[in-house]
Design a protein around this ligand. Structure first.
Ligand code: C2O
Ligand code: CU
Length: 482
């Protein structure tokens, strides 16, 4: 599945006008791996955990010994992790202490329209909004900004964080847990010589950096024991996709996709990972003698330029001997797959670039007053995404539902992407068919390309499930008490 040559350019060269970047001052695999802090609720009752997050500027150390200003959830980069149990409710109060409008979407969550981060449902500076999340299923989610025409910038400046929901069934499996269950939030950034983040959407095509950061650390080095680890991988980059692979050539064991655990684990040599996609992986370090260094690499994808140093992501150093009682069960969960024959209609979406240089779906850009699909509640539909260009890929994302890939260019999906997904990698010259059931909420929801630069200009539209439903603008943000 991976083809195309590596294009190696010297650091800095690929950004004309920004030759003075400081990224070259960090040697890969010298900084220690860390994970974002887990957020505690401010209070809990019998059904609900209440959280509070301030969106604010923060001065953080991304480059060693230097300070970079971010716009962060609680001022950190990336934001804190929220861990929740399935079917407990989370109410998260997001307070805007920035001087720009914000809008929060919990990506993957089946949220009611007024809590889904509708792109015009802004939280102005000095306002807050309480979002209510039902946590109806276990999966790896993430929260990020979703404001119209500003998503790429706001996420790039720091507004992204992971949100994990676990249920009893998953916790009962003998998978690696606790210190062996690790989030990996992968992003790329570019720094100016004053250490500030350079946001350059290069004429509305993409924003890319020459520094790969994992959990906010450039090319970290993680010390591991010779046992199995579970990694919850999220690509929170704005535009960059990755070809994940181990430098040893050994298999990664995929146990979950965007929508939670797969029905059975799948071994694969590499994974194509687009912005917003999540994969849950097991890496077994018991294969390696102590002292082995295993790199997580970024193999070149077609048209995904791999620049100097962006061919590597992080390194695992096997330094300790430990016993391992974890097991990867051959059955992970029972996923009721929706048969193709139950689809009541098919919709076709051509994803393309319009003549005036902005991005479009079926020739249209975003229009708050236009709805491009109206599945009825509980309808099963097949959506076909067609990318006829050979210069860009489009990770297409549907809000509200999980779906499953039926085929790509008439061929079965890659074995590791057969699980439930909400982001579908539509590569160059690819046609991808997905099937899903539109439930449980009536109302308006967005779908869009998750290259956030494309999303901002203007590859986003909306579908309406059923008739009516809750107005997504019906729970507006409120001013903070003086
Ligand atoms: Cu992760 Cu509509 O977005
Ligand atoms: Cu796109």
């Amino acid at each position: 599945a991976l083809a195309g040559g590596t294009v190696l350019l010297p650091v800095g060269l690929q950004y004309r006008g920004y030759t003075q970047t400081v990224s070259g001052t960090v040697a890969p695999f010298t900084l220690s791996f860390r994970t974002p802090p887990v957020l505690n609720p401010v209070r809990s009752d019998s059904t609900t955990d209440y959280y509070q997050i301030r969106m604010q500027k923060g001065q953080v150390d991304i480059l060693p010994g230097r300070t970079t200003e971010v716009w962060g959830y609680n001022g950190i980069f990336p934001g804190p992790i929220i861990k929740q149990r399935a079917n407990r409710v989370s109410t998260v109060r997001f307070i805007n202490n920035l001087d720009v409008n914000t809008c929060v979407h919990l990506h993957g969550m089946t949220s009611s329209p007024q809590y889904d981060g509708y792109t015009l449902d802004f939280i102005s500076p000095g306002y807050y909004k309480d979002y209510v999340y039902p946590n109806s299923r276990a999966a790896n989610f993430w929260y990020h900004d979703h404001g119209l025409a500003q998503t790429a910038r706001n996420v790039y400046m720091g507004l992204a964080g992971m949100y994990i929901v676990q249920d009893d069934q998953e916790l009962a499996l003998p998978l690696p847990k606790g210190n062996y269950d690790i989030p990996l939030i992968i992003q790329d950034r570019q720094f100016a010589s004053d250490n500030s983040l350079i946001f350059d959407n290069r004429n509305q095509t993409s924003v890319m950096g020459d520094t790969i950061v994992v959990n906010g650390v450039p090319w970290p080095r993680m010390e591991v024991a010779n046992r199995k680890y579970r990694f919850r991988v999220l690509n929170a980059s704005s535009s960059r996709s990755y070809g994940l692979a181990l430098s040893t050539g050994d298999a990664l064991t995929v146990i979950g996709t965007d929508g939670g655990l797969m029905s059975a684990p799948v071994n694969t040599q590499n994974i194509r990972l687009a912005p917003a996609e999540r994969y849950d992986l097991i890496i077994d370090f018991s294969r390696y003698p102590l002292g082995t260094q295993v790199e997580l690499q970024n193999l070149p994808l077609p048209n995904n330029l791999v620049f100097a140093n962006t061919d590597k992501i992080m390194r695992f150093d096997v330094v300790r001997s430990e016993t391992d009682d974890s097991v990867v069960p051959s059955t992970l969960r029972n996923i009721q797959s929706i048969p193709e024959s139950s689809a009541v209609r098919t919709r076709d979406f051509t994803v393309q670039q319009r003549a005036d240089g902005v991005w479009a779906i079926n020739g249209n850009g975003w229009d708050r007053n236009r709805v491009d699909a109206n599945p009825q509640l509980e309808d099963v539909e097949i959506w076909t995404f067609r990318n006829t260009a050979n210069l860009s890929f489009h990770p297409m994302h549907l809000h509200l539902i999980d779906a499953r890939i039926l085929d790509r260019n008439g061929q079965p999906p890659f074995p590791y992407e057969v699980g439930l997904k909400d982001v579908f990698y539509v590569g160059e010259n690819e046609t991808v068919r997905v099937i899903g059931r539109f439930r449980p909420f009536a109302g308006k929801f967005m779908y869009h390309c998750h290259n956030m630069v494309h999303e901002d200009r203007d590859m986003m539209s909306q579908f309406q499930v059923g008739q009516g439903g809750i107005n997504p603008m019906s729970a507006p943000a409120r001013p903070l008490p003086a």
